[in-house]
Design a protein around this ligand. Structure first.
Ligand SMILES: [Zn+2]
Length: 228
């Protein structure tokens, strides 16, 4: 069975956790992880940049010189986790994990992490930079809330506290965890009877309907009534 995009990103994030020795940690220290990446030669270094020299940005990855830049306030939120607000600390953790994605996924060129999640004019939905940014967010969520430690049935607030991320990260991550969990259990979601009827009509008219076979297979295996 070919891996889905979820699973590819999950594996990349897990590999980085294993490589930096934090695979079993619920709250990996992200400065430690960056130090490990430096020690392993994956990055040349990481730099702290005064906020006023990085206006409007939390971080930057420059693939050309393999340097990772963090704004001073982002670094401080990681280094003094109990001093600032919970929201800022959690945001800084996500920012750092997002930058790790650029390293792990070998994204090319320069990537800025803007404070406001705005798309630049040249960032169309199809641009490589935009694609990389989306992928880096998915990776960051997978790195911080890994499937092997996160129970997808837990509440958003519980997962947020367990992994020290802001609630929107869990809201974004939970459906992915649920999808992978269903897939791992070979559990295909049931089609409502009305949809099955429509598909059967379409098949009678000569259309090829693969999803109907999947549903029939699911019903044979599970012997469960479909959702109405
Ligand atoms: Zn980025």
């Amino acid at each position: 069975m070919a891996a889905t995009r979820d699973e590819v990103i999950e594996k990349a994030a897990r590999d980085l956790r294993i490589e930096t020795g934090v695979d079993e940690r619920f709250l990996p220290d992200l400065i430690f992880v960056m130090n490990e990446l430096k020690r392993l030669g994956r990055i040349k270094d990481y730099k702290r940049v005064p906020d006023d020299q990085m206006p409007g940005k939390f971080a930057r990855w420059d693939e050309n010189d393999r340097l990772l830049y963090l704004s001073e306030s982002t670094f401080r939120a990681l280094d003094h986790p109990l001093k600032g607000s919970k929201k800022d600390r959690r945001r800084a953790r996500f920012t750092a994990a997002h930058e790790l994605a650029h390293v792990a996924c070998e994204h090319e060129g320069v990537h800025d992490r803007d404070m406001r999640n705005t798309r630049r004019k040249d960032d169309t939905l199809r641009s490589q930079v935009w694609f990389d940014e989306v992928e880096a967010n998915r990776f960051a969520a997978a790195f911080l809330v890994p499937a092997h430690l996160a129970d997808p049935t837990k509440h958003v607030e519980d997962l947020a506290d367990l992994f020290d991320v802001n609630d929107p990260v869990v809201t974004f991550r939970k459906p992915v965890l649920e999808r992978m969990d269903r897939r791992a259990r070979g559990d295909v979601p049931a089609l409502p009877q009305s949809v099955v009827d429509l598909l059967r009509d379409a098949e009678k008219k000569g259309h090829k309907v693969i999803s109907l076979r999947t549903e029939e297979e699911r019903r044979r295996k599970k012997d469960k009534p479909p959702r109405k």
